[in-house]
Structure formats: structure tokens, C-alpha cells
Design a protein around this ligand. Structure first.
Ligand code: GLN
Length: 492
């Protein structure tokens, strides 16, 4: 059977594998061909794994065994996926799109990888990203930007631009990204796919390179909400048993994690959606984005959802809080790249010169900028003025959301203030790049889960560029995101 990748979801691909319409080898081959055709232009992949077909062969053997035994097999068995270059896969290079880790090989599997491996997925390759996940356009990769499959003059978003573009160009059926301030949701929005930033702690960060440890989460990017839900369920949960008692100490245990809706409304009742209008009117927002949001709210209304205006009094400080807390954590996390433990080593004659020379040669401009900023806000004279104050405001913003969630179940905003911008358009102006994160950082600051779903488009240069709707829910309430997201996209 000719495989139509553009209409495939995890569930339909699984059905075809069950029926024997195609094998995992054929499916993987179809994705590899698409990558070959398109990736020269798009640059979604840092590396396509040479053994992808070998992995698919193994999956086919397992599928054949299951069929012979008459037992069902898992939804992800034999399904090709792409992994962001900052998530460790044992024995493979994990480079974070940085020169400093160009040849670094992972010595163990990240928890999410171990979990996906257990499901029998095919790791098709690792994807391009902003260096160490610092950026919003994938232009900070040491290996050139990822281009948007909808318009190759434009960025794919970032920092998980490669992971979003890989799915959008049919170069994988789903992918994993990391999200510290929007890096799953914003590229998903730019590329017209779905991206989920789970609740902080829902997915183990073990084996994901740390950027801002109190903000980072790994999450799925897929073509549908249902696909993201399937992957989320496969990767979530705690992991100490997997790693002999190590793992991620902040991961919430699987036994206590809610699988049905949290909150006041019981199952069967439509969630109430809150809209912080006071935060949405700014000049920096493309009118097409507001139009798409209003249309989305109308569509929810027609589906029986209540829409309510809400106040989030401190939300306008969110971006400032993020750009203090994040670099502070970055500056500390980046100290481990010292020319000794991982990757590149430039000899300087003594330990201090080794350190300085390696970092000077290996780290890009944006990473250096954030190390400097972070070191500054943590320095003894400024710690109270910046870092401590930012943490206090962080708590206030979280409280605003908790209060809002007393009367609503979801908060709706755009994912980004506009559609994908042009390659180079914001690259020399970090402030305008940082403003891209205005809607996404709150979910990381508060630890709440948020999803971006495709929502209309903006016409630019004769091309329809995708836009995204962001829904945020209470801690642990991914179930409501999935329900509303699927209803919105008419998946159910
Ligand atoms: N664009 C944001 C930043 O540059 C988000 C990055 C991320 O989520 N990794 O910090």
C-alpha cells in the first residue's frame, strides 16, 4: 500500500501495522525518503540514524510475534520519532546543537528514551535546536537555522525548531522537545502542529541537558492532540526504579499522577475557559492572532464551553521574571562544560586557561550572553534586587493563576504574538526575540501544563502561516488540555 504520511496519526499507523497494510520498515523508509527530499532545505535534523531501518526490522519481528501469539501490541511499537539534540540516547551523539558537544556521546538513556525504547519506537534521528535550548527561532544553532516547512524564508520557531519542523514536514510521526519558556509550544505554533509542555515533574528530566532546572520539561510534538496524549502517557511518571534509585527527584510518581480531570467540574461537564483580555491588547500582537483567538473562543462557545474574562494581575511581570530566573539557572548549569567532563577540550596550558579557551571556542553568543546575565543577577550585590525579587514575583504569578483556577478550568491565550518571522529578522535584536516568549513563559514559571494547538493562520507574502492557541490548565490536569484540544481540532 502507498503510505500517505500527511494523513497518518499514531492510532491510524498502528491500525495499519495491525492489519499488515505496511510494515514498520516500510513506514520508516517512507519517512526517510521524505527527509531525504526535504531536509536539505529545512535542516530539521542534525543526524538521521543509520540504523533506523534496523530498529524497524526489530519492531517488525516483535509485531510478528505478537500477531502469532494473538496478543495486542502497544500503540508506539514500530512508530518513527525524532528526538531533540539535548536528550540523551545511549551511545549516540547528543550535541545540543553546540560546538562544545560536537562529538559528545551519551553514556546512558534519558528516562524518556528508556521509556520509549520499552514501547519499541523507532528513533529516526536527532533534531536541530537553539544551542542548549536558548532561543526562540533555532537560529542559535551552531549548525544553521531550521527553516519553516510552510515557508522556507521563515524560521521554524525554537528552541525545538527541528523537532517541530520534522513533524510538520512528515519527517517523523512525532518528536520530543524540551520547554523552558515555550520551546515546545512556540515552534509547534509556527509549524502548525501540536506541542505539549507537561506539568513540572510530570515527565522526568533525567538525561535532558539542563537549561533552567526549575523550568525545564520534556514533552511531545505531534500532528494531533491524541498523538501527544499517547506519547505523554508513555513518557510520564517517575523513574527511580529505572536508574537504580537515581533519576529525577522532582518527578511525580506514576501512582499519584491524575489521569482524569482535576478540578471542580466533574467528567461530562464542559470545562470553563478563562481569558485574560487585559493582557492581550498590546501593540506587539499581530491582529491576525487576536482574530484567530476570538474565532477559537467562538468555536468553543458553539461547542458548549463557558468563556469567562479573568484577571491575572501580575502576569505582565512574567517575562521579566523569566529573564532573571532562567539565566541565573543557566549560568550555574553551564558551568559543567569545563573542557574536562564533556565534549570539547582546548588546551590552554593550565586548568584556568583550559576552561576559558574551551568555553570561548565552544559556546555561542547567546549562551555567553545568558551566562553573563545570570552571573550578574546572582552576584552578591544584586542577588536581592534581582534574583530574590524575581522569585517572589514568581510566587505571586503562580497565585494569580491558582486563584483564576478557582473559577475556570483552562486559560486561553495565543501561543505567540505572531506567525513565524523571517530568518534573520530578529537575530540581531535579543529584546524583540525575548518578547516572542510573552505568552509561553507563564506555564514554566508556574509549573502548570500548557498545550499549543493549530488555530487559524496569518497571510504573509501570499502564504498562509499557521498560528497557535495556547491552553493552560491546573497542575496535573493534562486531561482537560487533551479533552478541550481534541474537541477544538474536531478529533472527537
Ligand atoms: N525562547 C525562550 C528562551 O529563549 C524559551 C527557550 C526554551 O524553552 N528552551 O529562553
Amino acid at each position: 500500500m502507498k503510505i500517505d504520511l500527511s494523513n497518518l496519526t499514531i492510532a491510524t499507523a498502528h491500525e495499519h501495522l495491525v492489519k499488515g497494510d505496511f510494515t514498520s520498515v516500510e513506514l520508516t523508509q517512507a519517512y526517510l525518503e521524505e527527509i531525504k527530499k526535504k531536509d536539505g532545505k529545512i535542516n530539521a535534523y542534525r543526524e538521521v540514524f543509520a540504523d533506523a531501518l534496523g530498529q524497524a526490522k526489530e519492531a517488525d519481528t516483535k509485531i510478528a510475534e505478537a500477531k502469532k501469539a494473538g496478543t495486542p501490541f502497544g500503540l508506539l511499537l514500530g512508530i518513527p520519532c525524532a528526538i531533540k539534540d539535548n536528550i540523551l540516547i545511549q551511545g549516540r551523539i547528543a550535541g545540543a546543537s553546540s560546538k562544545i558537544l560536537e562529538d559528545y556521546r551519551a553514556t546512558y538513556d534519558a528516562t524518556v528514551i528508556a521509556k520509549l525504547r520499552r514501547e519499541g519506537v523507532i528513533f529516526i534521528g536527532r533534531t536541530n535546536m537553539d544551542e542548549f535550548a536558548m532561543g526562540g527561532s533555532t537560529e542559535n544553532s551552531a549548525y544553521g537555522p531550521t527553516r519553516n516547512p510552510h515557508d522556507s524564508e521563515r524560521v521554524a520557531g525554537g528552541s525545538s525548531g527541528g523537532s517541530a519542523a520534522a513533524v510538520a514536514m512528515d519527517g517523523a510521526l512525532f518528536s520530543l522537545g524540551t520547554d523552558t519558556g515555550g520551546s515546545i509550544r512556540q515552534p509547534a505554533s509556527f509549524c502548525g502542529v501540536v506541542g505539549l509542555k507537561p506539568t513540572y515533574g510530570a515527565v522526568s528530566r533525567y538525561g535532558a541537558m539542563a537549561m533552567g532546572s526549575s523550568l525545564d520539561q520534556i514533552g511531545p510534538i505531534g500532528k494531533t492532540v491524541a498523538d501527544c496524549e499517547i506519547v505523554f502517557n508513555a513518557i510520564r511518571g517517575e523513574d527511580t526504579a529505572l536508574h537504580g534509585g537515581r533519576g529525577d527527584g522532582t518527578a511525580i510518581t506514576a501512582t499519584t499522577y491524575p489521569t482524569t480531570r482535576v478540578g471542580s467540574k466533574g467528567a461530562g461537564k464542559k470545562p470553563v475557559i478563562g481569558v485574560p483580555r487585559h493582557f492581550l491588547g498590546g501593540d506587539g500582537i499581530d491582529p491576525a492572532v487576536m482574530k484567530a483567538l476570538d474565532a477559537a473562543l467562538e468555536s468553543f462557545k458553539s461547542k458548549g464551553y463557558d468563556i469567562k474574562e479573568i484577571q491575572l494581575p501580575n502576569i505582565s511581570y512574567a517575562l521579566m521574571v523569566y529573564y532573571i530566573v532562567m539565566p541565573a539557572e543557566v549560568s550555574s548549569n553551564m558551568a559543567r562544560y569545563d573542557g574536562v567532563k564533556y565534549g570539547m577540550h582546548v588546551d590552554g596550558g593550565d586548568v584556568v586557561q583550559d576552561y576559558l579557551k574551551t568555553r570561548r571556542a565552544g559556546l555561542g553568543k547567546e549562551v555567553v550572553r545568558r551566562i553573563l546575565l545570570g552571573t550578574y543577577v546572582l552576584s552578591s550585590g544584586y542577588y536581592d534586587a534581582y534574583y530574590n525579587r524575581a522569585n517572589a514575583v514568581r510566587a505571586m504569578i503562580t497565585n494569580d493563576f491558582l486563584k483564576a483556577f478557582e473559577s475556570v478550568d483552562l486559560v486561553a491565550t495565543p501561543t505567540a504574538p505572531g506567525p513565524a518571522f523571517k530568518v534573520g529578522e530578529k537575530a540581531s535584536d535579543p529584546m524583540s526575540m525575548y518578547l516572542e516568549d510573552i505568552f509561553t513563559v507563564t506555564a514554566n514559571i508556574t509549573g502548570m501544563p500548557a498545550i499549543s494547538v493549530p488555530c487559524g493562520s496569518a497571510e504573509k507574502d501570499g502564504k498562509a502561516l499557521p498560528l497557535g492557541l495556547q491552553l493552560t490548565a491546573r497542575h496535573g490536569d493534562e486531561a482537560t488540555l487533551f479533552e478541550a484540544g481534541q474537541e477544538f481540532l474536531n478529533e472527537i
